[in-house]
Design a protein around this ligand. Sequence first.
Ligand SMILES: [Zn+2]
Length: 350
Amino acid sequence: MSDATPTPTSPHAAFVAGLPKAEIHVHHVGSASPRIVSELAARHPGTVPADLDALRDFYTFRDFGHFIEVYLAVVDLLREPEDIRLLTYEVATEMAAQNIRYAEMTLTPWTSVQAGVPIEAYVEAVEDGRVAAERDHGIRLRWVYDIPGESGLPSAVDTLGFALDHAPETLIGFGLGGPEVGVDRPQFKDVFDQARAAGLHSVPHAGETTGPQTVWDAIHVLGAERIGHGTSSVQDPELLAYLVEHGIPLEVCPTSNIATRAVDVLENHPLKQMYDAGVTVTINSDDPPMFGTTLNREYEIAADLLGLDEQGIADLAKNTVHASFLPAQEQAALAAEIDAYTAGTGPLAG
Ligand SMILES: [Zn+2]
């Protein structure tokens, strides 16, 4: 996100920028840009610089440890419901500017409740931000509550309680994030069972920093309907075949995988293997400003890795729409919007 970082150019940059898109793997706090953090820091002077240039410096991605440092600094600035409302509204505003029409955004309410914001106030704040962003920018947001895996089962039980007792109608999914090593998926079975029984979709992270067994666990034990990352699925042909057969999409976030070292360099990203195997791949940005990227940039990267033309990029965007939990009619409408855009910008367009 620094001015010092050269932005690689893509022949598809303009097409991607105008393309109507959906995003289904993106974290609320992780989407705080330097501009937004500057506003928050001005509200709470002290720990984080409010000066935008200093913040851009702070945001220049160095390594995973630095990402955690930036993430925690932002968490520390979310002290009052108004901070959470502001973050929600501004993140949605920046997404809308990228022509993202619909997002299933991951919230981690447990962290804010730990920081002293009551769950009722938290829900009201994110909902206020969501409604205002939809009114002002036409972007629709739906929520996924995720368990911060590093905080273990107690945080999972609390998060389930938030989902069962304090869910807005816009809560559609239940997730599990944080580190995978040392955080076995099966321990969360009961919590996921109850969340699913309450009608929430199961969308855990799995196979990002551990092997394919974690993805199997997510599917068989947690009832995963989509897999967050699933990067290591390519190590197991049987798993790839299962994902294809059962129509389980992968939420792929290429730059994030490099940043966390789940993959060493972009050239070695397994996106093409997933794609060639026939798995439904969707392109997402995870924690975009903290990893120095945007959803548009992730599409450019994916187009490059897969060798896609504009129609191929549009098809990829439609994958995400169809992998989302939007009602069928709304999926069809957004897919039609993508088709109309593609027809209007394609080589045959006058
Ligand atoms: Zn994630």
